[in-house]
Design a protein around this ligand. Sequence first.
Ligand code: PLP
Length: 343
Amino acid sequence: MGSRVYLDWNATAPLRGEARAAMIAAMDVVGNPSSVHAEGRAARALVERARAQVAAAVGCKPAEVVFTSGATEAAAVLGRLPVARVEVDPTAHDCLWSQRRDGEGSRAIGWGYANNETGVIAEPSAREDGAPLMLDIVQAVGKVPFSFAWSGAEMAVVSAHKFGGPKGIGALILRDGVEVTPALTGGGQEMGRRAGTENIIGIAGMGAAAEAAARDLADGVWDEVAELRNILESALSSVANNTISVGNDMPRLPNTLCLIAPGWKGETQVMAMDLAGYAISAGSACSSGKVRPSRVLLAMGHDEAQAAQAIRVSLGPGVTKEEVLRFADVWSAQYRKALSRAA
Ligand code: PLP
């Protein structure tokens, strides 16, 4: 593919070497983790090791980690809680948003902790009624310090591929003692909280990625990413005087830049930059194929035209300063061209 530059880490992060090695090793583990013989116990040990690695990275107890096929599956239990109403913050990802339900009486809450489109980090509002709270920490894990134990939430959802694990594996973090109706029923795996033979290859990869991600975070690698994001932000914002850098006055993920470039459609920006060798996205990470204004940007008070002119550039620790500066040059030249065509 030539010299591509990948700047779409919020959609999915490159696989970490540690995760690849753990998955390759797991492929030769023959047992079923539910079997009591030695082969089964070896597979069980692999799953429990990964559970401890994920727990350490999100700040919870190992027993509070329930492996699922991803954050989307984990979020499905929100809609199954025995409450009359499920309230979801309007900037939350579709996996929580789709669990909304109206009704009079008791409620549960879904909350996007770190936004995939803008990077904005928002603490949930106080709950006097003790309504169960599910946090979407998919974009936060490994990028900013977070502790489930300190969060006060009853549930959280995690996806491995956002921090360098494989795609299609994730976890529901479920506070000790909180009962939920599983989204999948059948066998008694995951202490009866998620049926089905465990995806031990994915689980091994997720565990190894979680451990490596936690180490990187502690080593401060995301501080350097934030510096590059800030360099990029000022370069792109200086092309026109009416660009909007969404959320730059709020607490934000270190790697995310959401920029509205008036007069240039987000989809066109993505295509132009793709042709030039750069992967970025417009609108929401998981639904870039669909052309509709971003619900998140509308909820933040931007109008439809602005929402349609937004791009998201999301960096990661492998990205270099030289790549960011080259991106800024190419994007700026293309934007000037688009503006002069429109004039
Ligand atoms: N939540 C957020 C904030 C996300 O960015 C994503 C994926 O983009 C998800 C949830 C869903 O994750 P998955 O598709 O891996 O289930």
